[in-house]
Design a protein around this ligand. Structure first.
Ligand SMILES: C[S@@+](CC[C@H](N)C(=O)[O-])C[C@H]1O[C@@H](n2cnc3c(N)ncnc32)[C@H](O)[C@@H]1O
Length: 280
């Protein structure tokens, strides 16, 4: 992919200073006791997708990893899901992400929660995954494809690095039936930086990459319910001490407001899938 594209994605997400330090300061300020910090305590800020850890737990159940599995997290952000997988399955998780500062934050948060030896984060492009053929048992991705024009290239790379029989879970925002989304959103400040496709087109690209469908579910209603719950809680008691605001900064309210409006108006949909690389 072009250098301009790679720089613009990383520029959209990168923040001044250490997100990991900010998150750890906020968590420390609100926790009681001084026992070891659990990765679960970071979830309101490090699960950078709709429905947060609920969505990750649903996906993890679909993946059904064996203990010690080698899992690839494509577009791992600051590593919340990599830690969840590493902990739930004693898995070895490699997260790749285009935003170098996110990879550094992810590593720092894993070290702080005692999962530094089971998670690794590498700055890399999802269309050129730095892994050998048939080297990962499982793969997953959450809310990354919206940033990537050539999604087919990502799915081909996933199919290449998966072992035969390996599963790939994905959870993504896609284009809804009613028209273009309102921006800014958490993934793009304007339409030119957003690359959404309708679910049937994404599904066709997954099959064209040689993957076979096992699960393909619309999770739009659940995502909208989750957004409404959060909006109601914010109205009642103000912003929570720890949230995605740490990552999104001053545009948090406007971006999340647009996500809710886009879901309500059918401009975006949320899709959950699980695919498998055939054995032959
Ligand atoms: C909305 S965040 C989701 C992060 C993480 N998957 C999660 O759910 O917590 C999108 C992430 O995709 C990454 N990303 C976007 N384009 C990418 C690409 N071509 N290759 C690798 N990562 C990419 C961004 O840097 C960002 O961390």
């Amino acid at each position: 992919m072009s250098d301009d594209y790679l720089t613009s994605v990383a520029g959209h997400y990168a923040r001044e200073g250490s997100l990991a330090e900010r998150i750890l300061t906020l968590v420390t300020a609100q926790r009681q006791g001084d026992g070891p910090l659990s990765f679960k305590e970071l979830a309101p800020a490090d699960q950078f997708h709709l429905r947060g850890k609920d969505a990750s737990e649903e996906m993890a159940a679909l993946l059904d990893a064996k203990p010690g599995a080698r899992i690839l997290d494509v577009g791992s952000g600051i590593g919340g899901s990599a830690r969840l997988l590493a902990s739930a399955y004693q898995a070895e998780v490699l997260g790749i992400d285009l935003t170098a500062s996110f990879c550094a934050d992810a590593a720092a948060l894993s070290a702080a929660t005692g999962l530094g030896d089971r998670t690794d984060f590498v700055c890399a492009d999802a269309t050129n995954i730095p892994l050998g053929d048939a080297s990962a048992d499982l793969a997953w991705t959450q809310h990354v494809a919206m940033n990537i024009p050539d999604k087919g290239a990502v799915y081909k790379e996933v199919a290449r690095v998966l072992k035969p029989g390996g599963r790939f879970a994905l959870y993504d925002i896609m284009l809804g039936p009613t028209g273009d989304p309102h921006y800014p959103t958490p993934w793009a400040s304007q339409a030119g930086a957003s690359f959404l496709l309708p679910p049937p087109e994404v599904h066709a690209l997954l099959l064209a990459a040689g993957l076979r469908e096992h699960v393909w579910l619309d999770r739009t209603a659940e995502a909208l319910g989750w957004m409404r719950e959060r909006q109601a809680a914010m109205k009642a008691s103000g912003p929570p001490p720890l949230s995605l605001q740490v990552i999104l900064g001053t545009h948090f309210g406007e971006m999340m407001g647009n996500v809710a409006r886009n879901l309500e108006e059918g401009r975006i949909v949320v899709q959950l899938g699980m695919f498998r690389k055939p054995l032959d």
